[in-house]
Ligand binder design. Structure first.
Ligand SMILES: [Zn+2]
Length: 317
């Protein structure tokens, strides 16, 4: 059986009994005090800006074993600030050390990618995971704890104060703008959106945009007036979200011949391919014409285009 030996030479069968003994062991406490001095902690934590974990690893290389937790506790006694877990995670040395240990032991940099670990977890929890926090019961527990914490008005107040500091706001914006975060968020949204039914898709879009629905704009008014003059009572402005087709809100609709006219603003639609919009309405029997805002400069050309489009037979109908 593996023995755990204290610096005072006493043996213990488990690590728990050893750690239980340490706070009462005069020799150990003296030893700790002699190494984790105020000066040592200030030098490493403040001057060198190391994390507690980093220091723990550096000491380990010299055969001195102190956990990051005990270093943090000592630092607290002297009023020295230590890094948070998320700050420590970014530490290069910590990451390297973790990866090297995993490489030595399992021949892989991240143990959660290791087949043995995966199999063990699969057997134990019946789930395919690559991170413990993905486990259903862990997720459930975290949720419960979070709800419990936030249900205390005092905690809610604290949380609100925390997110309202200028620094927190700045950090949030910075985090949101990180390319990997943006990519991840947009992928998540796309995945969620694609999993919805057609009706849910329409409701989702409506909900998101109804609050931001703007009154008809200048260019749209020009087109609407044109349509009303050329084809009285045939075309309707639906860009106010009064009609949704396949999750999109068409600008103008002629219900008599199932035709749609979309007006593409030069700025918002500058990178859009009109064919995408045409294909979205096609399965629902709608023929679509896309007009770009800049085309309105030559109004006669637009009129010709609209007449030709409106009078053309709709084979999709
Ligand atoms: Zn001891």
């Amino acid at each position: 059986m593996k023995k755990y030996i204290c610096i005072c030479n006493k043996n213990f069968n488990t690590i728990t009994s050893l750690t239980g003994h340490r706070p009462r062991c005069k020799i150990y406490l003296q030893y700790k005090k002699s190494i984790l001095t105020k000066k040592f902690l200030e030098d490493n934590l403040i001057a060198k800006n190391y994390t507690a974990n980093h220091i723990s690893l550096l000491l380990e290389e010299q055969g001195i074993h102190f956990t990051a937790g005990s270093i943090i506790n000592e630092a607290k006694k002297y009023g020295i600030k230590t890094k948070t877990i998320s700050e420590s995670k970014l530490n290069k040395l910590t990451k390297e050390k973790y990866e090297n240990t995993c490489l030595e032991k399992y021949g892989i940099k991240n143990t959660f990618q290791c087949e043995t670990t995966k199999n063990t977890l699969r057997e134990k929890y019946g789930e395919e995971i690559n991170n413990v926090s993905q486990l259903t019961f862990v997720v459930k527990k975290i949720k419960e704890k979070t709800i419990e914490w936030y249900s205390d008005p005092e905690n809610m107040k604290k949380a609100k104060e925390r997110v309202n500091t200028p620094e927190a706001k700045k950090n949030k914006i910075e985090a949101m703008n990180r390319p990997e975060v943006r990519k991840n968020n947009s992928e998540k949204q796309k995945k969620h959106y694609n999993s919805l039914s057609e009706v849910e898709k329409n409701n989702h879009i409506l909900k998101r945009f109804k609050s931001s629905a703007k009154p008809i704009n200048k260019s749209e008014t020009i087109v609407l007036n044109l349509l009303n003059q050329i084809f009285p009572k045939e075309w309707k402005y639906t860009g106010d979200l009064s009609l949704m087709i396949n999750g999109k809100n068409p600008d103008f609709v002629n219900k008599n011949n199932n035709k749609i006219i979309e007006l593409y603003g030069d700025y918002w639609h500058r990178n859009d391919n009109p064919q995408d919009r045409i294909d979205i309405f096609k399965p629902f029997g709608y023929d679509t014409l896309v007009i770009r805002e800049c085309e309105l400069k030559d109004i006669n050309k637009v009129i010709k285009k609209i007449i030709k489009f409106n009078n053309k037979e709709n084979k999709l109908k």
